[in-house]
Design a protein around this ligand. Structure first.
Ligand code: FES
Length: 319
């Protein structure tokens, strides 16, 4: 998906919690910021050339401003570190229009789980559910109170009684098995946080035979080791140019194609949106996306180069 970029300036920058900044962006040059749905994110193009995705924390009635919560990644290569240490109030940035791969769906009750910085889209969801008079509960796990973004804001909300906090340093743990077991069949579950947290919640729901359409999650900042850790090397043959390119163990197919000047449509880069889908003519892809159904994956006639790899030594692609 080609991004259309909006010009904005940093209106406010403040501390939300230890190592977590709040950022408020406002349009410049008379541009209007499109409305925000709970669960949406934007791509932020930083002056150092790095682009990062961040969830919007806006409540439905907060218009004309985009609000973000940004965790300082200790391994940052210039994304969150730049925002924390270099970016100043008044600096101008380019951002994408909001995109939502994690929308709320209509349900009688929403069971919201947030782990650490995963609170950012979940916070927007809780506020949106409250403002539309919907039933929900929020379970927020964090290492400590000092690292909990929105802690005081949540305690001050008129819906504070629907929020439960769990702090690791106080040995508090979400009893996710019981919460998921006790939920009605009309409840939908939403989860955002580190991959381990999401996998834990997802596994419990799957074991309890929740149908996939009731489980919603969003993974940001997947660590390389989780996607392309100790990977094998394989090659891709581009049918139309008969070019053969090696995909290294530490590279995605998408990165490899871009490095060779081959433009591909990228959006989520997590196997969620399907924007990057490429037809496969020969070979067996190692499908790692969540976009295709199991039946589609079995056909092995297309794959998502942003995250999927190859079981066969060569993949022949129709590009
Ligand atoms: S870019 Fe979204 S699935 Fe690949």
């Amino acid at each position: 998906m080609a991004n259309s970029w909006l010009q904005v300036a940093v209106h406010k920058k403040y501390l939300l919690a230890e190592d977590i900044l709040g950022l408020e962006l406002k349009a410049i040059q008379g541009e209007i910021l499109p409305p925000v749905e709970a669960g949406a994110h934007i791509d932020v193009k930083l002056p150092n050339g790095i682009t990062r995705k961040y969830s919007l924390t806006n409540a439905p009635d907060e218009v004309g401003v985009y609000k973000l919560g940004i965790l300082l990644d200790p391994n940052s290569r210039g994304g969150s570190a730049y925002i924390h240490w270099e970016l100043r109030q008044g600096d101008e940035l380019l951002i994408s229009v909001p995109c939502n791969y994690f929308p709320l769906v209509d349900s009688e009750h929403a069971l919201l789980f947030a782990g650490g910085i995963g609170i950012t889209p979940i916070f927007a969801m809780a506020e949106s559910l409250y403002q539309s008079g919907k039933s929900f509960e929020l379970h927020y796990a964090c290492r400590s109170e000092s690292k909990a973004a929105f802690l005081n804001t949540l305690l001050d909300k008129p819906w504070a009684d629907r929020v439960s906090f769990y702090f690791n340093d106080a040995n508090q743990k979400i009893d996710a098995e019981a919460l998921i077991f006790d939920a009605e069949l009309t409840t939908h579950l939403y989860c955002c946080g580190p991959s381990g947290f999401i996998n834990w919640i997802n596994d419990i729901a799957v074991k309890q035979r929740w149908s996939a359409d009731r489980i919603h999650f969003e993974r940001f900042n997947m660590k390389k080791s989780e996607t392309i850790g100790q990977e094998s090397i394989f090659e891709i043959r581009l049918q139309r140019s008969d070019k053969v390119i090696e995909v290294g163990a530490d590279q995605t197919v998408a990165q490899t194609l871009l490095d060779h000047g081959i433009d591909i449509a990228l959006s989520c880069e997590q196997g969620i949106c399907g924007s990057c889908m490429i037809p496969v003519l020969e070979g067996i892809p190692d499908h790692r996306d969540m976009f295709q159904s199991e039946a589609e994956k079995k056909q092995n006639n297309q794959f998502t180069p942003c995250c999927s790899r190859s079981h066969s030594q060569t993949l022949v692609l129709d590009i």
